[in-house]
Design a protein around this ligand. Structure first.
Ligand code: ASP
Length: 344
């Protein structure tokens, strides 16, 4: 039985190992085994720093990774000047629609998509997982389920930033579903450069994966999807195996960027399977990126996709098509942003 004393011993051992420059490895990666080097949480983009802190409120007290990944991304969903949750960019009809999914160490998973006027889609996804025999609910059905579970129906109103950006977008109403090319002139790509120019916009998704003190893995992913998307469009983020995948024997991965291209290769499932074959998290993410490059050819120059992964040994890694992808990491010894290698 795991207890706080063992947890402290593990944390001290982990710190010492890191201090002496040793790689921290798990002895036996079986479920429930105490793995040194954990807990650990990683999440996509700058918002990940605050989200990881939220997750640490649970992980740091010997809590379960599932609770941590839900609590972590709720921080981002609640932040109205962010790109995730109800403060985010709307679709091209001016309505914010949200997608989210969650997965635990037992391969339980839940997901919602095309959900309107609910502040915390990640928590609705968790209820789908825990209270229904299904994995995914969408649209009106997902909203009705959320209301029946006591989630409040929020006003249908854009945040000030989203309203301003939407009005700018309406002037041309160009439908260019290409996102997240961080090294474009505007800083964040041709799809919605205005948001970045006014300093408010950063990214549309947060994906988080974590390992708790027991060595168990979970993950979460939540998004408003592409800004000014077609009404009804759903990306990779709520799709298990695309935006998020967890296999407690091997590792967990999440994705961000052009969702259509992540779905095409079952991106995060591919990353986890590549880790199962022995690749490190970074190698696995790179190989998944290479699959997209192979499928897209020259067109890959115009898109961004980033993968982020954690294996059962507590090793992390990431890779992206374009420069500019970063992730936030928090463990007992570190709290930092990490810049990610890229194909281009
Ligand atoms: N993957 C998300 C989507 O396609 C967007 C993002 O990661 O920024 O909806």
């Amino acid at each position: 039985m795991f207890n706080r004393r063992k947890f402290l011993q593990s944390s001290v051992f982990s710190s010492l190992s890191m201090a002496f420059g040793k790689k921290v490895l798990a002895g036996d990666p079986g479920a429930g085994h105490l793995v040194t080097g954990n807990p650990i949480v990683i999440s996509t983009w700058d918002e990940g720093l605050a989200a990881n802190k939220g997750a640490w409120e649970i992980l740091g007290y010997n809590g379960r990774a599932l609770d941590a990944v839900e609590a972590g991304v709720r921080v981002t969903e609640a932040s109205l000047n962010c790109c995730v949750g109800l403060g985010a960019n709307p679709d091209r009809d001016g309505i914010v629609t949200l997608d989210a999914c969650i997965m635990d160490e037992f391969a339980n998973c839940g997901s919602v998509a095309f959900l309107e006027r609910i502040k915390h889609p990640i928590s609705v996804a968790r209820r789908v997982m825990e209270k229904t025999p299904h994995v995914m609910l969408v649209g009106v059905g997902a909203q009705e389920f959320a209301l029946s579970e006591g989630f409040p129906l929020e006003k249908q109103k854009l945040s000030e930033d989203a309203q301003r950006t939407y009005e700018q977008w309406l002037k041309k109403s160009e439908y260019k579903p290409v996102i997240n090319i961080e090294n474009s002139k505007a800083g964040h790509g041709p799809f919605a450069p205005a948001q970045f120019d006014n300093g408010q916009w950063n990214h549309d998704t947060i994906g988080m994966v974590a390992m708790d003190a027991m060595g168990n893995l979970s993950g979460s992913c939540t998004t408003s999807g592409m800004g000014f998307k077609m009404r009804g469009r759903v990306g990779d983020s709520p799709i298990i195996g695309a935006g998020l995948f967890v296999d407690n024997e091997v590792g967990a991965a999440t994705a961000t960027g052009q969702g259509e291209d992540v779905i095409r290769i079952c991106g995060t499932h591919a990353v986890v399977e590549l880790m199962r074959q022995g690749h490190s998290p970074e190698q696995a993410c790179k190989k998944a990126v290479e699959r997209i490059i192979k499928v897209k050819g020259e067109k890959a120059k115009g898109i961004q996709v980033g993968f982020l992964a954690l294996n059962k040994r507590g090793e992390v890694g990431a890779f992206a098509i374009q420069k500019g992808f970063s992730y936030a990491l928090k463990s007992n010894t570190e709290e930092k942003m990490v810049q990610v290698g890229s194909w281009y």
